[in-house]
Design a binder for this molecule. Structure first.
Ligand code: BGC
Length: 252
């Protein structure tokens, strides 16, 4: 199926038409700066701009950095607070004049990673936790290869605040941490996660996963921790895969 996959982030909105079977991009990846303030209406207008520039009139599906349940946004950790309780699928569909699907960004990136990346070998009989380390920490939990959505494990409490405030990639920059120092902090987080979930494997994606080798030696958890393979295209490819799932569901 051909679907326009869009990755909506705090600094950029990126999209490309994806062949969901092969995971290949059929158009060049286009990136437009996220408008500031990134209110629902402004983001919807930028999304329309992106779709027009790509020249696409087929289905559109987006990853979005918040808890999204049945098309409605419920959290706003790193986005404009006016998103809370916005019916995002309705808003985008109305703006584009076509059906638009929206899900959590880490969940959709996890779909791509499980199908085309490091998660391929961990399907039936395993519990996989996919974490994205960027501005925040995103999480996607897969039980027997099936997504358990909206887990938001970047917000478990550490030192009285969300874990992502302590050891996301933006926290590393904010605290001016060396990679080893970051690794030690992230190891504390992984220890907590391991205690809570005991997954079989943890896959690290997002910006900081590109530097995996610089800090992975700090990890003392028993759980196997491996870097993602689909890297910065996971958000776009996974968004398209999510759209395909929704379209198939609608046909049932
Ligand atoms: C948000 C999540 C998102 C993650 C990565 C967190 O701050 O709460 O919904 O998946 O950032 O963007």
């Amino acid at each position: 199926m051909k679907i326009l996959g869009v990755d909506i982030g705090g600094s950029g909105i990126k999209g490309a038409v994806v062949d969901t079977k092969s995971g290949e991009l059929l158009t060049e990846r286009l990136r437009i700066k996220t408008p500031q303030p990134a209110t629902p209406e402004a983001v919807a207008a930028t999304l329309k701009d992106l779709v027009t520039q790509i020249g696409w009139d087929g289905p559109v599906s987006c990853g979005f950095p918040a808890r999204v349940i049945h098309g409605e946004v419920f959290t706003a950790a790193n986005i404009d607070k006016s998103w809370i309780n916005t019916k995002v699928e309705k808003l985008f569909s109305k703006t584009l004049g076509t059906d638009v699907f929206v899900a959590n960004d880490a969940d959709v990136a996890g779909l791509a990673e499980m199908h085309f990346g490091a998660g391929r070998d961990y399907q039936q009989g395993t519990q996989v936790l996919f974490l994205t380390i960027g501005t925040g920490i995103g999480s996607a939990l897969f039980l027997n290869g099936k997504l358990y959505a909206n887990t938001e494990l970047g917000h478990i409490k550490m030192y009285g605040d969300s874990a992502e405030r302590y050891c996301s990639d933006s926290a590393r920059e904010r605290f001016d941490l060396k990679w080893k120092e970051f690794g030690q902090r992230f190891n504390e987080y992984l220890t907590y996660i391991e205690f809570l979930l005991q997954p079989d494997v943890i896959i690290l994606g997002g910006g900081a996963s590109k530097k995996f080798d610089k800090y992975a030696e700090c990890f003392t958890v028993k759980t196997k921790v491996i870097p993602a393979q689909t890297l910065n295209l996971a958000g776009i490819i996974g968004a398209a895969m999510y759209g395909e799932l929704r379209l198939k569901e609608a046909k049932k």
